[in-house]
Ligand binder design. Structure first.
Ligand code: ADP
Ligand code: MG
Length: 601
C-alpha cells in the first residue's frame, strides 16, 4: 500500500484543535482592539461594577486593560473563564428568551485568550488576597495568589501576536484609538450609574463620574455646546419606554457617530432604530446628514431577540411595526421642541477662524472625539447669559437713536429690515435674528400642506381649463396608476389620451406652481418610491425638488404685513427654523454674541 492510499484511508477530515477553533471564533467577535475593549467592558458591567477603568497603549494594540470593582471571580471560575462557551450568565436555551446581561455567549475571553497575551487578576469580597491566571495565546497557567484591589482586571497585550495576517489589518494607533474611544463613549452614555475612565499611553482621554446624568456625560464626551442644546424626551407605550436627549437639526453630521441607541443598556447599531431617527428628522436635516441623539429604549427582554448577531449590535423586535410608530412619533415631537434657529455665534466663530461656512448643519465646529478641551475659551461659544442687561439697555449703551428697536418675541410687529429683497432682520428679546424669507416660506408651505395631507383635506386650486402635459405612454400609465395617491397631496390629474395627462388642480398653498414641472417631479418621486408610496413620502419628495421654485419668494418685495403674516404662520408649528431641505431659515445673534464680537466681554 502506498503512503498516499494510507493517507486516503485515514480520511482527510480532522477536528481542529481548541486553539484553532477559538481563533476562528475570535474572527467573529475580535476584529481589533476596540472589540477587546467592548467585550471586557461588557463583562465589567455584567459583574456589577460601579467604576470601570480602561488603560490602552498604542491604540490598544500593545495593551488593553480593563479594571472594575465588580463582584470578581473565585479561583475555580478564573481557571474556567477562558474556556469556550464558559459563561455564568446563561444556563439553558430557555434563558435566551429573556437575556438581561450584556454577555451570554461565553466566547469573548476564550477568543481574546487565543489571539493575545492575557492575564486576569480577581479578588472577591471577603478575601484578603486575589488570584491571577495568565493565558498566552491559548496556554493557560494555574491560578496563583496575588495582592490587589477588589474586583477584576483583565489585560490583553500584543493583540494578534500569533496571527500576523490579522495583525496586518490593524490601522494606525490613532485610528484604533478613535474606535476604542467610540466604544467607551457608548458604554458611558449607555450605562448610567457607572463611572468610566479611559487613558491612552498614560494620558486621560475620558472621565465620566458614576453619578453624572446623561446630559453631563454628553458634556464630558462631546462638549458643552451640544450638551446645552439637547432637548429631553420621555415617552412610553405600555411597558416600552423611550428616554434620552435629542439635538437640534443643526448638529447633524455626515456619520452616525453621535447617534446612540441603547436597548436595556446595550449599545446597538440597529438599522430599524437608525431609520426611526431619520424619519423623525425628515425635512429637518439635509439629505445625507444624520441627526444627533442619545436614546435609551427600555423593553421587556421577552419582546426582543438579541441573539441574532455575534457582536450583538443588531436585534430582532417582536412587534416592530408598533414600536416603529411609537418611536418615530415620540422622536419627531422631541425634535420639534429643539431650538432650530442657527446661532449666529457659531457662524461668526467659524468665519473668524477662517473656516468655510457650511449652511446650517455644519456650522458648529466639531473637534472630534479626541480634540477635547476647554471649549469655553473659544471666542464665540453660545452660552446662556446670566444677568444680561435687558434689551432696552442695548440701544442706550450703543447710543442708538432708533427708539423702536425693542420688541418682545411674541410681538411680530417689526420693524423689519429687508436686505437684498431676500433676508429680513428683526429684533428679538435677547438679540436679533435674520430670516431667509424664501426658506421660511418654503418651510411654512411644507408644514401647512403636511397638516392638510394628514387631515385628508388638501385645499386644491382648480384650473378652469385643465393644463395638458405631454409625456411618454409609460409615464402616463404610472401617473394614472397612482392618481389617487397624488390626489391625496392635492395633485389632481387624469389621462388625456395615451401620451398626455390633464392636470385639473394643484395644491392651493403653492405659489405659481408650474403644472408640467410638478408632474415631472411627481414622476421622479414615483419612480424611486415604488408601489404604494405613503402620502407623506410623496409630498416630501415633491416639495423637496419643486417647493423652491413654486413657492419662490426670494427677490419678491414683501411689505411689513406680509412679513408679519409669514412669521405668524411659521409660529403656528414647531420646526420653522429649517426649510424642508434642512437649510436654516433663521440665524439668531444673542446680545452676548454681539458683546463678544465687539470685545465688550
Ligand atoms: P460571557 O460574558 O458571554 O459570559 P465571557 O467569555 O466574556 O463570556 O466571560 C466568561 C465568564 O467569565 C463570564 O460569564 C463571567 O462569569 C466571567 N467574567 C468575565 N469577566 C468578568 C469580570 N470582569 N468580573 C467577573 N466575572 C467575569
Ligand atoms: Mg462577555
Amino acid at each position: 500500500m502506498s503512503g498516499d492510499s494510507a493517507a486516503r484511508e485515514a480520511g482527510v477530515i480532522a477536528l481542529l484543535d481548541e486553539l484553532v477553533q477559538n481563533q476562528i471564533a475570535a474572527g467573529e467577535v475580535i476584529e481589533r482592539p476596540a472589540s477587546v475593549v467592548k467585550e471586557l467592558v461588557e463583562n465589567a458591567v455584567d459583574a456589577g461594577a460601579r467604576r470601570v477603568r480602561v488603560d490602552l497603549e498604542e491604540g490598544g494594540m500593545r495593551l488593553v486593560r480593563v479594571s472594575d470593582d465588580g463582584g470578581g471571580m473565585v479561583p475555580a471560575d478564573l481557571a474556567r473563564a477562558f474556556e469556550p462557551h464558559a459563561t455564568s450568565k446563561l444556563r439553558d436555551v430557555a434563558d435566551l428568551d429573556h437575556i438581561a446581561s450584556l454577555g451570554f455567549r461565553g466566547e469573548a475571553l476564550a477568543s481574546i485568550g487565543s489571539v493575545a497575551r492575557c492575564a486576569i487578576f480577581s479578588r472577591v469580597p471577603g478575601e484578603e488576597l486575589g488570584w491571577r491566571v495568565e493565558n498566552e495565546g491559548g496556554r493557560l497557567t494555574t491560578p496563583v495568589q496575588a495582592g490587589g484591589p477588589l474586583g477584576t482586571s483583565v489585560e490583553a497585550r500584543d493583540l494578534f501576536f500569533n496571527t500576523p495576517a490579522r495583525r496586518r489589518f490593524l490601522k494606525r494607533p490613532s485610528t484604533e484609538l478613535a474606535r476604542c474611544v467610540d466604544i467607551l463613549q457608548r458604554a458611558a452614555l449607555g450605562q448610567l450609574g457607572i463611572g468610566f475612565v479611559l487613558t491612552h499611553d498614560g494620558a486621560r482621554v475620558l472621565d465620566i463620574e458614576a453619578d453624572m446624568d446623561l446630559r453631563a456625560r454628553v458634556r464630558r464626551a462631546f462638549g458643552a455646546d451640544l450638551a446645552g442644546s439637547l432637548e429631553e424626551l420621555d415617552a412610553h407605550d405600555g411597558s416600552t419606554r423611550l428616554t434620552g436627549l435629542v439635538a437640534p437639526p443643526r448638529f447633524a453630521r455626515r456619520d452616525t457617530s453621535r447617534q446612540m441607541w441603547f436597548l436595556n443598556g446595550r449599545s446597538l447599531r440597529d438599522r430599524i432604530l437608525l431609520r426611526c431617527l431619520k424619519d423623525a428628522y425628515r425635512g429637518l436635516v439635509l439629505d445625507g446628514r444624520q441627526p444627533v441623539a442619545f436614546l435609551h429604549l427600555a423593553l421587556d427582554p421577552g419582546a426582543v431577540d438579541v441573539n441574532v448577531h455575534p457582536a450583538k449590535a443588531e436585534v430582532r423586535f417582536r412587534d416592530q411595526r408598533r414600536l416603529f410608530g411609537f418611536l418615530v412619533n415620540a422622536l419627531r415631537e422631541a425634535a420639534g421642541r429643539t431650538d432650530m434657529a442657527t446661532p449666529g455665534a457659531s457662524m461668526l466663530g467659524a468665519a473668524l477662524r477662517g473656516g468655510a461656512l457650511d449652511p446650517g448643519q455644519g456650522a458648529i465646529a466639531d473637534p472630534g472625539p479626541l480634540a477635547r478641551g476647554p471649549r469655553e475659551s473659544e471666542p464665540f461659544v453660545v452660552r446662556e447669559v446670566a444677568g444680561a442687561p435687558p434689551i432696552e439697555d442695548l440701544s442706550v449703551a450703543a447710543g442708538a437713536s432708533a427708539p423702536t428697536l425693542v420688541e418682545p418675541a411674541e410681538d411680530l410687529a417689526g420693524p423689519y429690515l429687508t436686505i437684498a429683497r431676500t433676508y429680513v432682520a428683526r429684533v428679538v428679546p435677547d438679540g436679533f435674528e435674520i430670516v431667509d424669507q424664501h426658506a421660511l416660506h418654503e418651510r411654512v408651505t411644507y408644514e401647512e400642506l403636511l397638516r392638510e395631507v394628514r387631515a385628508g383635506a388638501v385645499e386644491v386650486q382648480r384650473y378652469l381649463v385643465p393644463e395638458l402635459v405631454e409625456l411618454t405612454a409609460g409615464e402616463v400609465e404610472l401617473l394614472v396608476r397612482h392618481a389617487e395617491a397624488l390626489g391625496r397631496i392635492g395633485i389632481q390629474l387624469e389621462a388625456f389620451g395615451a401620451t398626455t395627462v390633464a392636470v385639473g388642480g394643484l395644491p392651493a398653498r403653492l405659489r405659481r406652481p408650474d403644472p408640467a414641472d410638478l408632474v415631472r417631479v411627481a414622476l421622479g418621486v414615483l419612480e424611486t418610491q415604488g408601489e404604494a408610496p405613503a402620502a407623506e413620502d410623496l409630498l416630501e419628495g415633491v416639495l423637496h425638488s419643486s417647493a423652491c421654485r413654486s413657492s419662490a419668494m426670494a427677490g419678491d418685495d414683501l411689505d411689513p404685513a406680509e412679513i408679519r403674516s409669514l412669521l405668524e404662520r411659521a409660529r403656528a408649528f414647531d420646526g420653522a427654523s429649517t426649510c424642508p431641505h434642512g437649510r436654516p431659515t433663521r440665524v439668531r445673534f444673542t446680545l452676548a454674541d454681539l458683546e463678544r464680537a465687539f470685545g465688550r466681554r
